[in-house]
Design a binder for this molecule. Structure first.
Ligand SMILES: [Zn+2]
Ligand SMILES: [Zn+2]
Length: 127
């Protein structure tokens, strides 16, 4: 006998190994193979924007994310490339600026946050 479970979306019974339902529900593992990567998706000539993706045009989790600057300038190629070029140069400064003020109040946390940004920068740019 086939084991059954309920569709999390419409609650109808379905075989346990079913990965999608008539209602359109899909098992998470069957969704687009997007790793939890909320980095800005903007890319140009092999470079990718290093900023965290904070804006997306859809409410879907698997959608494309962009940093605020790229999101605002998606239709402006020249500006988008400028943002990308400036991103590498200003990454540490911009990210440090974004550290929340409640963290800045606590020296240990502030140092830890800054160290994390430098490590991330090294990982992204190898320098
Ligand atoms: Zn369903
Ligand atoms: Zn970006």
């Amino acid at each position: 006998m086939t084991k059954k479970r309920r569709c999390p979306e419409c609650n109808q019974w379905m075989a346990i190994d079913m990965v999608n339902c008539d209602c359109g529900w899909k098992a998470v593992k069957e969704a687009a193979p997007v790793v939890a990567d909320h980095r800005c998706a903007y890319q140009h000539s092999g470079l990718r924007c290093p900023y965290p993706g904070t804006n997306s045009s859809s409410t879907h989790a698997s959608t494309t994310w962009y940093c605020l600057d790229h999101y605002r300038n998606l239709n402006d190629l020249k500006r988008s490339i400028e943002i990308l070029m400036e991103a590498e140069k200003n990454f540490i400064a911009v990210m440090e600026e974004r550290i929340h003020w409640t963290i800045k109040l606590i020296p240990e946390l502030y140092e830890k946050a800054k160290k994390g940004i430098r490590e991330l920068s090294f990982k992204l740019f190898r320098k």
